[in-house]
Design a protein. Structure first.
Length: 247
């Protein structure tokens, strides 16, 4: 999972219902969202295809929203029967926050997290599931509309390096400038999907002019890192999340 200065697009999208944006960056340590995994105690965990869920606990203040993010990765695979019973309003009441946002289930596509640490690796029950505190962030309530559309690039402050292994498939978006974005996780929150479905995903996407989708098998390991603590991320129509690659 990413280290304690990470914000991901999945968090931003989930918070849109609260009318907030991460465009001006976090004011507190963050370690959450689409890249939450691989605390030091989780070294060696298999990452690709692993299912996880998140619960975001949001407290609305004057002009800001404080969010604590909890993630199941490394503790359980977010069992469907348990996840289906999670009621966001009940969780918010139990946790004493303004709102709880359910994010998932999602599945990882990278093979390893090279850099990362949970903000607090101590397991805690949230919504009936054991989770760990992935991080926290303070977000302004302004500029939410800029975060709503798919295929809009956002620079997110975080310190992460992830590995895609040689011989494995990757699923990529290419923007009009030729920049490449690697899918880091796929979502089943909007529509049922499996990794096998991703090979033909391009035919189901509403790609803007100049954008394209492709899949290929890596001839060698590929690492994707946040440059100068900034990652450029996008999501597609189905809330699958991608990060700009340095290749």
């Amino acid at each position: 999972m990413p280290p304690a200065r990470a914000v991901t697009c999945s968090i931003v999208v989930a918070l849109l219902a609260l009318g907030c944006s991460a465009s001006s960056g976090p004011a507190s340590p963050v370690d959450a969202g689409v890249d939450v995994a691989d605390a030091s105690s989780d070294a060696g965990l298999v990452v690709r295809d692993q299912r996880y869920c998140e619960i975001l606990l949001a407290t609305i203040g004057s002009g800001t929203i404080h969010v604590d993010v909890y993630n199941t990765f490394g503790l359980n695979d977010c069992p469907e029967a348990q996840w289906a019973q999670v009621d966001a309003a009940t969780v918010a009441q139990q946790q004493g926050v303004s709102r709880a946002i359910l994010n998932g289930p999602r599945y990882w596509l990278m093979d390893a997290f090279v850099v990362g640490a949970f903000l607090d690796p101590t397991p805690k029950e949230v919504g009936g599931l054991m989770m760990r505190h992935a991080g926290s962030i303070d977000l302004p309530t302004s500029q939410a509309t800029t975060m709503q559309a798919p295929y809009v690039q956002h620079q997110i402050q975080r310190q992460t390096t992830v590995l895609f292994a040689a011989g494995k498939p990757v699923y990529e978006l290419l923007d009009p400038a030729g920049k490449i974005y690697e899918m880091q996780s796929w979502s089943v929150q909007k529509t049922p999907q499996t990794e096998a479905d991703l090979a033909t995903l391009g035919g189901r996407l509403s790609l803007p002019a100049g954008w394209s989708y492709r899949t290929r098998t890596l001839a060698q390991d590929l690492t994707v890192t946040a440059v100068n603590d900034l990652a450029t991320v996008v999501q597609d129509d189905f809330a699958n999340t991608y990060q700009q690659s340095q290749q």
